[in-house]
Design a protein around this ligand. Structure first.
Ligand SMILES: C[C@](O)(CO)[C@H](O)COP(=O)(O)OP(=O)(O)OC[C@H]1O[C@@H](n2ccc(N)nc2=O)[C@H](O)[C@@H]1O
Ligand SMILES: Nc1ncnc2c1ncn2[C@@H]1O[C@H](COP(=O)(O)OP(=O)(O)OP(=O)(O)O)[C@@H](O)[C@H]1O
Length: 291
């Protein structure tokens, strides 16, 4: 039986601005997304019929509530596939962390099944399908780094950041919906300078990117979970160039140019927090794999 392994990478938000609340409850955003080299490994195996999902992670559903399952169902229904699929998710990305862990699994299933079953679905169509599953899914399909607008689905590929990243997640999960719900768009005090970050990225000016990091959801999550602020403080104490909460949180990332400084900060954070990762940004786009 045909089998394929696909990697689904996590993302961080170098900036996240919210422009307005829409009638449907979603928010119009303007954000800079960057993939990082922390990934779930998804194994896809063709079976006679049905969708079977299994994982090494006790915190995610294995039925149709798993968005990777939803992605497979969407492909099977839309393209009248007369086969089934067995999905195994080897999870490395923390769950409910602001790192698009679920979205990237769904994206990996969409692109993976397209390849496994030679469906030749254009990338734009896969991204459209992805948007129906979640706002972060189209970016996870595109990969690399992008300016994201609309609800996050209008993507412009950009020059990515080349640096070491430390991710530090406190032992709690955050519901993205509750963070957006608690955001008062009219009362946002400081908005990111998105253009400044974009031009710094073009020149690979890591320091300028690091000093302009800004996420308007950060204070909402800090209000609920002050530990996010503590981690940011520690990151600065341990020498990061800049630190920010990713997405709706609660994961905090820190940017480092120098590996030795990053390693020393990692060792120190590891003494306090359980989920700490030292990784690099990831800038290879999926076109380079011929997906
Ligand atoms: C916080 C980010 O991760 C930043 O990249 C995204 O904006 C959220 O992306 P996501 O988790 O893929 O979002 P979805 O799964 O589509 O939506 C989860 C919930 O977040 C809220 N949501 C999401 C995206 C958006 N632009 N506006 C919103 O208000 C909605 O209440 C929605 O019910
Ligand atoms: N394949 C999946 N991986 C992780 N979580 C999933 C998956 N499918 C469904 N979920 C559910 O989605 C919720 C959020 O998980 P996820 O890890 O995607 O959050 P996140 O990292 O905050 O994502 P985002 O940054 O896109 O908001 C969890 O409650 C989880 O049970």
């Amino acid at each position: 039986m045909a089998e394929l392994k696909v990697e689904g990478r996590a993302k961080i938000n170098l900036s996240l601005d919210v422009l307005r609340r829409r009638e449907d409850g979603y928010h119009e955003v303007k954000m800079i997304m960057q993939q990082v080299d922390l990934y779930d490994e998804i194994t896809l195996k063709t079976i006679d019929s049905g969708i079977v999902l299994d994982t090494n992670c006790e915190f995610i559903p294995t039925d149709d509530k798993n968005i990777a399952y939803k992605a497979a169902k969407m492909i099977i229904d839309k393209y009248n596939i007369d086969k089934g699929i067995k999905i195994y998710i080897d999870k490395n990305i923390p769950v409910g962390a602001g790192l698009a862990g679920g979205s990237t699994d769904a994206a990996a299933v969409l692109t993976g099944l397209n390849r496994l079953w030679d469906l030749n679905i254009p990338k734009e169509e896969l991204m459209k399908m992805g948007k129906e599953i979640g706002a972060d899914v189209p970016f996870c399909i595109m990969g690399g780094a992008a300016l994201a607008e609309g609800i996050g689905e209008k993507l412009t590929p950009i020059e990515g950041l080349d640096s070491w990243i430390i991710l530090c997640k406190p032992s709690l999960s955050v519901s993205t919906q509750s963070v957006y719900r608690n955001l008062k768009v009219d009362e946002i005090q400081i908005h990111p300078n998105t253009d400044e970050i974009l031009s710094a990225l073009k020149e690979n000016q890591v320091r300028t990117v690091a000093s302009n990091l800004c996420n308007v959801l950060e204070n909402v999550t800090i209000e609920m979970h002050p530990v996010v602020k503590d981690i940011k403080k520690k990151m600065l104490e341990y020498g990061t160039l800049g630190t920010l909460m990713s997405g709706s949180g609660p994961t905090v990332f820190g940017i480092f140019r120098d590996y030795n400084k990053a390693k020393s900060a990692y060792d120190n954070l590891k003494k306090i927090y359980k989920q700490v990762y030292l990784i690099k940004t990831y800038n290879t786009r999926e076109e380079e794999y011929g997906l």
